[in-house]
Design a protein around this ligand. Structure first.
Ligand code: IMP
Ligand code: MG
Length: 372
């Protein structure tokens, strides 16, 4: 059995997946992205400085070993990739040589971006051209990166000159089979177009489906971490059963700095939703949980948690009509004290029948705590 792991969003995106991938990356040979595009904003801190990764996997580049792979299930705007790498090169010279890109990935063209901005604002799309590019892929009129390579397009030459390697997953499969790999999900299981509240979903695959369709079936992960904040946020439109409004939402948004990393939009805010988490665990095959941002609720005496709906959701459609019921658990002053967070963690574990393996209580690596 391989030691490969996956990191999936278990809510509606922005669960701090990037910081976990960054934290764990130094113990792994590769971090692989398999779906989505630069609609993602993975916020990570290296040596106290903030970086937002969009296409590049969330790797700690102060470590020299770990390499990043952009899989064929992604859709990629090569100019956006070049810009992101040029910025990273300023702090991490030579970083591009650690980046591999599958030529089977499809291209996001400028016409896709224009169309997305024009047609998909009602969904709350990030406007990066993601859904029109995936549509063209399925409609058999898309363009693969391999076609741009064949035509020796300037931006591809620029990427190659920087050190980026274009390699099919199959070409390096021998090495991948001997490596430890993190599969870093984008968005979240509840935003996947198969499982989410359609049509308020993204067009990339966010779970094991994306890993399989990117050609990694032989090295599929054996441990799947679902990342879950201790409250919930959403950007974009669509159902959000535990959503707060008014002052309560505003306060929590400020405390948690809940503004979109890509679009800067204020995120919608709500309480932790355990029926929805259970849904994501089932659909995503999640084996372990990691709870994040515990520090944001420090000092709160009682924390509301939705523990059930009037009926358990069976489909993404059920979130439109869900009626949440709440209980309150005791809060904490210091989430590093196991006794203070015990009640909360036990509630999550009992409700989901899934172990909470780690918690995070801040933005630094030292704020991530392994629970045994
Ligand atoms: P698109 O993927 O840009 O088409 O956006 C579709 C939906 O997914 C919208 O509601 C977006 O706000 C949401 N979405 C896309 N990427 C992210 C993300 O990285 N975090 C959270 N939500 C996202
Ligand atoms: Mg994000």
């Amino acid at each position: 059995m391989n030691k490969n792991i996956a990191i999936f969003g278990a809510q509606q995106g922005d669960e701090a997946k990037g910081s976990l991938s960054h934290y764990l990356s130094t113990d792994f040979d590769w971090v692989v992205r398999f779906g989505g595009s630069n609609n993602c904003g993975h916020t990570i801190y290296t040596n106290g400085k903030k970086y937002v990764h969009n296409l590049i996997p969330s790797i700690d580049f102060s470590n020299t070993k770990t390499k990043g792979f952009l899989g064929s299930g992604m859709v990629i705007d090569p100019k956006a990739l070049l810009d992101e790498l040029l910025k990273l090169e300023e702090d991490f010279p030579g970083v591009s040589q650690k980046i591999f890109v599958d030529p089977d990935a499809f291209v996001v063209l400028s016409k896709h971006i224009e169309e997305d901005k024009e047609k998909n604002t009602h969904i709350g799309s990030t406007g990066k051209g993601v859904s029109p590019s995936y549509r063209d892929k399925i409609d058999r009129c898309g363009i693969k990166l391999s076609a741009l390579m064949h035509d020796k397009i300037n931006v591809i030459n620029d990427l190659e000159n920087l050190g980026v390697r274009f390699e099919y997953a199959s070409s390096i499969m021998k090495e991948l089979k001997q490596s430890n790999i993190i599969f870093e999900g984008s968005q979240s299981i509840r935003l996947d177009y198969n499982y989410g509240s359609y049509p308020y979903v993204t067009s990339g695959e966010c779970g094991l489906n994306g890993i399989m369709s990117s050609g990694f079936a032989k090295i599929a992960p054996t441990k799947i971490y679902g990342i879950c904040k201790i409250y919930e946020t959403k950007v974009g439109s669509g159902p959000f059963p535990t959503e707060l409004d008014g002052k309560a939402a505003d306060e929590l948004r400020e405390r948690g700095k809940e503004y979109g990393a890509v679009t800067k939009r204020p995120r919608r805010i709500g309480w932790l939703d355990l029926p929805a988490l259970n849904y994501a665990i089932e659909k995503g095959g999640i084996t372990n949980l990691i709870m994040t941002k515990l520090d944001i609720l420090n000092g709160m005496k009682k924390i509301p948690v939705c523990h059930k709906y009037d009926k358990q959701p069976m489909s993404g459609h059920d979130f439109f009509s869900a009626k949440p019921e709440y209980i309150e658990v005791n809060g904490w002053e210091d989430p590093r004290d196991p006794n203070q967070v015990k009640e909360f963690i036990n509630l999550v574990q009992d409700s989901t029948k899934t172990k909470v393996s780690m918690i995070s209580c801040g933005i630094n690596k030292s704020d991530i705590i392994n629970l045994n």
